[in-house]
Structure formats: C-alpha cells, structure tokens
Ligand binder design. Structure first.
Ligand SMILES: Nc1nc2c(ncn2[C@@H]2O[C@H](COP(=O)(O)OP(=O)(O)O)[C@@H](O)[C@H]2O)c(=O)[nH]1
Ligand SMILES: [Mg+2]
Length: 376
C-alpha cells in the first residue's frame, strides 16, 4: 500500500502535462482544413476537468497541512504542561573512533582509480582501501595495486554488482567499523571523508548529496538534467516512505551518489537484501536501508569533472534517461522479501563478528521488531 503515494504523484504530473498541452493542441486544430469544433470543445472540457482536479488537489493539500500545523501546535502546548521528557534522537551503539575500509568501484579507469587509492590511503582513520575491478581491460588492477589497494575482481559485469562486492569485501576487514563506498573516476574528494565520519557516529548511513549549490564544479557531470532528475527521483523516494513532517524519513534530494559511509553493524543487516546489479543500485540501497529502519542522512559533498570517459549514466542523454526510468520503476515496485530478513538478523556469526557492545542499537531493536513481525 506504500506505493500509492508514488503513483498519485506520477498521475498528478501526467495530468498537469496533458492539461498543459490541451490548449495549444486546440489552437493548432483551429488551423486544420476540416471542422474541428466538436473535438475542440471536447479538449476544452477535458482541460477544465483536469484544471478543477488539480485545483481541488492543491486546496486539499493546503487543508491537510493546516490540520497538521494546528494539531502539532495543540499537542505542543499540551506537552508544555507536562514535565520535560527525553529527546527522541536515535540511540546507536557507540562507534568510538571510526576505522574505515574504503571500497572503490572501478571499470577501465586506471589513472583515476590509482589516484583515488592514494588520496583515500592518506585520510585519517582509513585502515584498508579496496578496488573492485569489474573486468577492466586496461591497467586499472595493476595501477591500483601499485598504489596500495587490495584489488578484488568482480566478474559479474555491472555497477551494482561492483558495489555489492565492494561492500561484502570491505566487511572482511575485521578492524573496520565503518565502510565507505565510492567511485574510482576522480569525481569525488577523498578529503570529504571527515564530513561523512563526523555524522557516522550519530547515524547508520551517510550519503553524499551532489545537488547542493556552490559545492559542485560547473563542468562536473551534474548538469541541469542530472540535477533535476536526481531531485525528482529523490522526491518520489521520499513519497514512497512518507513521514509527513520531514517529507520522508531521510531528507534526500539526490539518489545516484555512490559516495556513502555505513556502519558495519548496519551494513551487516542490509547486505543480504542488496540485489540490484545494474545502475539503479544507489537508490536500491537507500530503499533497503530505509525499509530496514536504518537512520539515513544526506550531506553536501563536492564533485568535480570526471577523469576519462563516463561508462555510466553520464555517457549519453538516453543512457541517463533509461537509468532514471529504471530508478523510478524500482521505487514504484520495490518490496523487500521478508524471507531474506531473518538470516541477516539472526545469523549468529555475523552478530559475533560485529564487535560492538552487547547493548542493542535502536536500529537493532527496530529490525528485531520487524523480524518478529514477519516471523514465518
Ligand atoms: N559503467 C560501468 N561502470 C562500472 C561497471 N562496473 C563498475 N563500474 C564503476 O562504477 C562507477 C560508475 O561509472 P561511471 O562511468 O563513473 O558513471 P557516471 O558516474 O555516470 O559517469 C565507476 O567507478 C565505474 O568504474 C560497469 O560494468 N559499468
Ligand atoms: Mg562516476
């Protein structure tokens, strides 16, 4: 049932576009040689119905918003008469000082990947740098190894497969309590890492945001198409997981950013559910994380021009468009298979390997709760 908001939003957009085209269409029909009066009056009638629907829709949204504002204020003034309570911020297991394993996806990006390895190895807290070589035919693997990375070859071709392999391999670095995923294409800044780490002590997953004005180089891949596209798809994702007050549980405005940091305990929980091997892996991981009640935030990061040619969404307009449609379709149809949840939560070896305090985190509790809820 969670899907209905996404469908409703898409229907509203479709109606607005159709409605906007009806009037110019009627004007064009006026120039045709046959008598278009019947058709024109039908089109005008349809336009009026659509305009009425959208108008009443906007009024209804304003009425609902007013209701929530008034209700919130009323509850607040009632709460003031009670003794002060606890702040309801998420209680997470203590992470102490972050020890980071960085997983870098790489596909025929020899120089850029080697540079990324050197940059990340210099960052404080980084204990391991892995490069996931996705069948590169150039010197990606050799240069990455020479730069000090542990190179892993993922034979299943695809950005998502490379990401999943990177996350899986990074978990093998037992000393790491934070896993960072990024690309070896020269777009991201290794020295943005401390920003991620300052938040990972407070939340489960920190995702980079590449649509913040002033942070993104003009010649980066985030042109108008990708900026608007990411913001629009992020809005759908927020509608999918609506919480009213914050327009979705995570204030997301970018869905395609690979650069992200996740706590070991959180990754262990969601890894068995990550299944998308192609380019819509980024929103897929967000969907899984939010569905599993992980706390997710987005932070502004910098982005610069890519080194070498894009092999992904930025390769061409149509490739970007196709990936965008795949992301929207995935957000509309996503539902987590409950069967995958139980092993990921109950797996004793993973729990033992976790290395955290015996105190369960709020996310642990939430997952255990939902595990109980869906118990077969
Ligand atoms: N295109 C593509 N990228 C892959 C693949 N496997 C791993 N990658 C990596 O995934 C990341 C995204 O690709 P990229 O060319 O940067 O796409 P862009 O960010 O849209 O320009 C890069 O780090 C690639 O090296 C694959 O099969 N295809
Ligand atoms: Mg890239």
């Amino acid at each position: 049932m969670k899907h209905y908001r996404v469908y409703a939003a898409l229907i509203v957009v479709a109606l607005a576009i159709i409605g906007a085209f009806l009037h110019p269409l009627a004007l064009v029909l006026g120039f045709t040689p046959f008598d278009p009066r019947g058709l024109i009056s039908f089109l005008e009638g349809a336009r009026e119905v659509i305009a009425d629907l959208l108008g009443w829709g906007v009024l209804s949204v304003i009425a609902v918003m007013l209701f929530y504002v008034v209700r919130g204020r009323t509850l607040q003034s009632r709460a003031k008469s009670l003794p002060p309570g606890n702040v309801s911020a998420p209680i997470l297991d203590q992470i102490g000082s972050p020890r980071v394993a960085v997983a870098i996806t790489a596909y025929n990006d020899a120089e850029a990947t080697a540079q990324a390895v050197r940059d990340f190895r210099r960052q404080p807290g980084v204990v391991r740098v892995l490069v996931i070589d996705n069948n590169s035919s150039d010197k990606t693997a050799a240069l990455a190894e020479a730069a000090g990375a542990t190179v892993v070859r993922e034979t299943r071709q695809g950005y998502g497969y490379a990401c999943i392999r990177g996350l899986t391999e990074a978990l093998q670095a037992r000393e790491a309590n934070v896993i960072v995923l990024t690309e070896g294409d020269g777009t991201f800044f290794a020295d943005d890492l401390p920003k991620f780490l300052s938040y990972i002590t407070q939340v489960d997953l920190v995702v980079g945001n590449r649509v913040v004005r002033g942070m993104i180089d003009n010649d980066s891949q985030m042109d108008y198409f990708f900026t608007w596209g990411n913001m629009a798809v992020a809005l759908l994702l927020r509608l999918r997981f609506w919480d009213g007050r914050h327009l979705g549980p995570a204030g997301l405005s970018d869905v395609g950013c690979t650069y992200r940091a996740i706590r070991r305990s959180a990754l262990e929980r969601i890894l068995p559910d990550l299944s998308v091997g192609s380019y819509h892996f980024s929103p897929h991981m967000l969907l899984v994380a939010i569905d599993r009640n992980l706390s997710v935030i987005e932070i502004p990061i910098r982005l610069r021009r890519r080194i070498g040619d894009s092999k992904g969404a930025s390769q061409s307009f149509w490739k970007g468009f196709r990936i965008g449609v795949a992301m929207i379709w995935h957000i509309m149809t996503f539902s987590l298979k409950p069967s995958r949840l139980v092993p990921s939560v109950m797996e004793p070896t993973m729990q033992a390997a976790n290395g955290h305090s015996a105190m369960p985190s709020s996310a642990d509790a939430a997952v255990e709760l939902s595990a109980r809820r869906i118990k077969p």
